[in-house]
Ligand binder design. Structure first.
Ligand SMILES: [Zn+2]
Length: 261
């Protein structure tokens, strides 16, 4: 007997992370070639296994809890295999952490979300970081740490590159590169050493291009929001290549959106 998830729970898990893998951030859904359907390479993985003998199985849990939304995490197929092959590296606590961070990232990617927080008085330190990033010239690269920036007016704010998430990261917008794959990395904004915000960047074509993960537009295209903190951070990293040129080459649209709509 397996305590599988109902279809509605699988859909909710996927929607709550914007159909991106909660571990590597790749998109898991897109249009198929027939122009009428879609392909899905995502799976609703169990945090603790659906049946005895499976990874992280917890005999103390009820059948109901095992098939509950709280016991699922949306992943791409390769990450789902990796977490099951490496139970020690991915205990339930680690998976719940990844799930929480991926849901927060999906929320932050919603149009106007940052501005809304600012208006509501929430996350005001993050809203301040967004404001400070309006002027990339106010930020300096750190001498002591590679790919670390600090704000000259507010040195409590720093931006750093974090761990490598995935080698061989591949999405269709990378098709124009001679080697259409790259590495994905977390970029984090810190305030006095406290992480405020995390986003995913992709280094491709042997580091000649470095840009935020674009969002799928649902029609096979890709876009980045010009009012997003990720786009502002990207302007700090532009020494790798003019950002707009890269976006144009990859067919990624830059979309304005009314932050207060
Ligand atoms: Zn993945």
């Amino acid at each position: 007997m397996r305590d599988d998830f109902r279809i509605s729970i699988k859909k909710t898990l996927a929607s709550r992370v914007g159909y991106r893998c909660s571990k590597c951030g790749c998109t898991t859904a897109g249009p198929d070639t027939s122009q009428t359907g879609s392909v899905n390479i995502g799976v609703a993985a169990h945090i603790t296994a659906a049946s005895p003998g499976g990874p992280r199985y917890d005999e103390k849990m009820s059948s109901e809890d095992r098939s509950d939304l709280s016991n699922g995490i949306w992943l791409c197929q390769s990450c789902a295999k990796e977490i099951d092959d490496d139970e020690v590296g991915f205990p339930p606590t680690k998976l719940r952490e990844l799930k929480k961070e991926a849901e927060q990232a999906a929320r932050d990617a919603l149009p106007g979300e940052l501005a809304r927080h600012a208006v509501n008085g929430e996350f005001d330190v993050l809203a301040k970081a967004f404001d400070l990033l309006e002027k990339p010239e106010d930020w300096r690269a750190s001498d002591s740490q590679e790919k670390c920036f600090y704000c000259v007016h507010e040195p409590a704010y720093t931006i750093r590159e974090g761990e490598n998430i995935k080698h061989d990261f591949r999405e269709t917008w990378m098709d124009t590169f001679p080697k259409p794959f790259g590495n994905s990395y977390y970029i984090q904004v810190f305030w006095n050493g406290t992480p405020l915000y995390r986003t995913t960047f992709v280094a491709c074509d042997e580091w000649r291009f470095y840009l935020p993960l674009p969002q799928p537009d649902g029609e096979g295209g890709w876009y980045l929001r010009s009012d997003s903190i990720a786009y502002r951070i990207a302007r700090l990293y532009r020494q790798y290549r003019p950002l707009d040129e890269t976006l144009h080459r990859c067919g990624i649209q830059l979309r304005d959106s009314d932050p207060f709509s």
